[in-house]
Design a protein. Structure first.
Length: 94
């Protein structure tokens, strides 16, 4: 099984992706929203970047993450799947 499949077959990486929006995302803020340690969030985000789901750049001393087209497509699939599994609850904003 590829590394990216191992990432998405776990709850926290999926929640991390669902938490991201089209605005600027910081690892520390995302980690807090999903209840992850900063270090764990950075490891997951690094996998996302390696698989072209996000792009990152430095903004002063902070690294900013932005979803790519591929990341947005996968996020949309997970939102739909999450909503189906949860019985119609919504996650994130459309």
């Amino acid at each position: 099984m590829s590394d990216i499949l191992n990432v998405f077959l776990r709850k926290k990486p999926v929640l991390l992706l669902l938490t991201m929006d089209q605005k600027i995302n910081y690892a520390s803020l995302l980690a807090k929203k999903v209840n992850l340690t900063y270090t764990h969030a950075v490891l997951i985000l690094r996998k996302f970047e390696e698989n072209k789901l996000i792009e990152s750049r430095m903004d002063g001393r902070k690294r900013v993450m932005i979803l790519t087209k591929r990341g947005l497509d996968i996020q949309d699939i997970f939102k739909k799947t999450y909503n189906l599994l949860k019985g119609g609850e919504t996650v994130g904003k459309k």
